[in-house]
Design a protein around this ligand. Sequence first.
Ligand SMILES: *Cc1c(COP(=O)(O)O)cnc(C)c1O
Length: 395
Amino acid sequence: MPLEKELSARPSFLPFSRPSVGQEEINEIIDSIQSGWITTGPKVERFAEDLGRYIGAPFIAPVSSATAGLHLALLAHGIGPGDEVITTPLTFAATANVIVLVGAKPVFADIDQRTLQIRVEEVEEKITSRTRAIIPVHFAGQPVDLDPLMELARKWNLVVIEDAAHAIGTEYKGKRIGSTGNTAVFSFHPNKNITTGEGGAIATFDEEIFKTVSLLRFHGMDKNAWMRFDKSGPAHYDITSPGYKYNMMDIQAAMGIHQLKKLDGFIEERTARARAYQEFFGNLRGVIIPEEVPYPHRHAWHLYTPFIDTDVLRVTRDQFMKELKDRNIGSGLHYTAVHEFSFYAEKYGYMPADLPEAHFVSDRVLSLPLFPAMSDQDQEDVVEAVIDICARTKL
Ligand SMILES: *Cc1c(COP(=O)(O)O)cnc(C)c1O
């Protein structure tokens, strides 16, 4: 037997994602802390205004996370017990969890395994007399095909709430996600394209929805109750409906204000790295590269998600991830299809093969390191490791 060549591992671990937070964010956080106003206040208002201008939506409600935002958006749109909400199985579990949490039933419509976006014709097949809403997810930073989806929604009188956790800066046919009239929810978790530590925002064109989510995100207190500790604020407040504790803090918004200014630059850096990966892996047996959607768009490249071709390699995706880790390279799994989690399988009777394309992807997809601060050397290390694993494990 020939001697196996030594594994070469990089000296330090490369995570699949790392936030780029600079001195501007740090100074702004210090400013908040020194001002004595740490929680929801003027910086959250400023961040909301900046977001509204960037996204192109008239009403913005910053919240503590996108999960909180999706929860409030469903409640504000009146979705609850007895209702069905159609969404994609290829998403973070939170998208489906909040549907369950409001008492509605999540119904999964299969994706297109090439673009990883929900299939509009699959959505149509899942519509019943109980269907009230659709939550499309702009996967990896590419837009869902909104025109036919909206046509369907209009035809069946359905609410569309966009899970835009991956999609700040994404464009569909020249329009930014969040600017086309639907309620859309963004995430600022540290893995996302911009971060506030934890955080999210609801963008909407509907003033009533905005008022309801604004109330529900802070105990159900009437407007500007956060100012009650300030001289100018009212001492009294009313509770018009019991709410949640989903407000964003000023120290979070302090980061967001500066992150947002850097977003387009971040997307350019992500795009350059993603294009380089596409070239390196385009002809590599063992890796199937992601496809772009066939309609006009701007890809925000939140994730770089190739598949491991288990037909030509004798390793599973999980083993491939372990091999990367042995070489000091992190990778992510976006996602295990939600219908395959035990709660969803047991409660709603889903079998993996019920959504064959999502199941196919769920078994093969992995997220390679992609973030603005990656160096050429970092990317070279990833490419070499992937080529090496493919060479050693090909059938
Ligand atoms: C990250 C993510 C969420 C949840 O975002 P949080 O801000 O962490 O709550 C929801 N949906 C998708 C698709 C996500 O990627």
